[in-house]
Design a protein around this ligand. Structure first.
Ligand code: EPZ
Length: 418
């Protein structure tokens, strides 16, 4: 298996561009099932998870081709299979995003239940109850969701908990339903808004995306569209923390600052200078960071997908900070690995107390999930000596050429193929 070898201690300087957002590309690609016409996407990141959803869609009968680097054309003229096998869902939970579109256009779907995940049990009950409220018949058979609905019917659905893919699944399902659907306590993430923009381009009647109440008036059919995937705010946030943890000076190009304001506000609180700069956002850190307390929350709160990365920064802060994870039950898998690098962190329930040390030490560490792997890379860039990050297939799921971007900023990082 591939691993990354990192020698820390170099301030990162220069500029790097962010890629398209994984969490916007996945639902957008699933939306191809809503129409028989072509969808063309630009700014599609080259990631393992994107390859997985493409494979899944092709398994069903979708035609997919790469028109140019970063540009994909997808068409679902003739779907032969209406199911997602366990083997695909277990590698990527976001595969459940095909459930809403399949039900809406074809009236049937058989999708494997995702099962547990490193960061928490992550059930999909809210997806299922929402679809049932829209009139779908849903059974769980042999680990599969078997869903039927001659035609979904618009209704009012209130999410008990804010759920990103739950909102996306139901928003897509409602586009072809009979009547109007109102989603309450919906997720407001930029990726949800980006999906709504795509659906509107396909002729859907969606209003209120980006707020907690989304209204969708169903139509008879949807048409083809071209769509540019938004930049990845989590990658942008990760690069911003890389600049801060190495006391560097980096311009993050092509990002949308409003999409990760909660992160940059905390970086400023920790002592970083954050400013708009030609075509991007400039992050500079001249000294050791100050400790700041963090509580994760749905957008516009502090993203849980940035929690591990900011913990690496707080591990070298001048003082004590508390990091509280409210979205997922078990998202501190990176802590034992950071301890191996000399960090001083204690976890109690959903809060980690981090007492900063001046310098981390390089060590062999193990990635456990996508964002945990990013935090280990950041810690390695600050540490004295050599860090080896194993199981970086986790990283490849959601970061496009991260090590090349870090190298272009002067970081010492190499991939060693397994
Ligand atoms: C999306 O996951 C993202 N994935 C995650 O990013 C991200 O961490 C998460 O949103 C939160 O921001 C994609 O967009 C593909 P949720 P999702 O449903 O939609 C509970 C990454 O690193 N819940 O918003 O699966 C759930 O257990 C990944 O890129 C239910 O109880 O997350 C969690 O505690 C990791 N029942 C909370 O809600 C449900 O039916 C929020 O989960 C659905 C969710």
């Amino acid at each position: 298996m591939d691993r990354l070898v990192i020698r820390g201690g170099k301030p990162l300087c220069g500029s790097a561009s962010v890629s398209g957002a994984k969490n916007a590309a996945l639902p957008a690609m699933a939306a191809v099932l809503l129409t028989s016409e072509e969808l063309r996407f630009e700014n599609v990141p080259s990631l393992r998870d994107v390859a997985t959803i493409e494979r899944l869609l092709m398994f069903m009968g979708v035609e997919s081709r790469q028109v140019a680097p970063g540009t994909a054309s997808l068409t679902s003229r003739a779907i032969q299979r209406f199911e997602v096998p366990y083997d695909l869902v277990r590698t990527m939970r976001a595969s459940v995003l095909v459930l809403g579109p399949l039900l809406a256009r074809f009236g049937k779907a058989r999708v494997s239940l995702p099962g547990g995940c490193a960061i928490g049990p992550r059930p999909i009950n809210l997806h299922l109850t929402g679809l049932q409220e829209m009139g779908a018949e849903i059974d769980l058979v042999d680990g599969y969701v078997v869903a039927k609905a001659p035609r979904l019917t618009g209704t009012r659905v209130r999410f008990e908990t804010v759920t990103v893919t739950g909102t996306e699944n139901l928003m897509m399902a409602a586009t072809l339903a009979k009547g109007t659907t109102v989603l309450e306590n919906a997720a407001c993430e930029p990726e949800v808004e980006d999906l709504a923009r795509l659906l509107q381009g396909m002729g859907a009647r969606v209003q209120g995306a980006g707020t907690s109440t989304i209204t969708i008036e169903g139509v008879e059919e949807l048409k083809g569209a071209s769509h540019r995937i938004i930049p990845d705010r989590i990658e942008a946030g990760t690069l911003a923390v890389a600049a801060a943890i190495t006391q560097g000076d980096v311009v993050i190009q092509g990002c949308v600052p409003e999409h990760f304001e909660a992160v940059t506000a905390k970086l400023e609180e920790a002592g970083a200078a954050v400013a708009l700069d030609e075509g991007g956002l400039r992050i500079r850190m001249a000294n050791r960071p100050r400790p700041v307390d963090i509580t994760t929350a749905p957008f516009p709160g502090f993203a849980t997908d940035m929690q591990a990365q900011i913990m690496a920064l707080m591990a070298v802060a001048k003082g004590k900070s508390a990091i509280t994870e409210t979205v997922f039950e078990n998202r501190f898998m990176h802590v034992p690995e950071l301890l191996r690098m000399g960090a001083d962190i204690t976890v109690g329930g959903r809060t980690a107390v981090v007492r900063g040390v001046s310098l981390l030490r390089g060590a062999p560490v193990m990635a456990t999930d996508l964002r945990a792997s990013a935090s280990l890379v950041l810690a390695g860039l600050q540490a004295r000596g050599e860090t080896v990050v194993h199981r970086i297939y986790h990283l490849d799921r959601g970061y496009e050429q991260l090590e090349a971007k870090i190298r272009s900023l002067g970081g010492e990082i190499q991939r060693v193929e397994g």
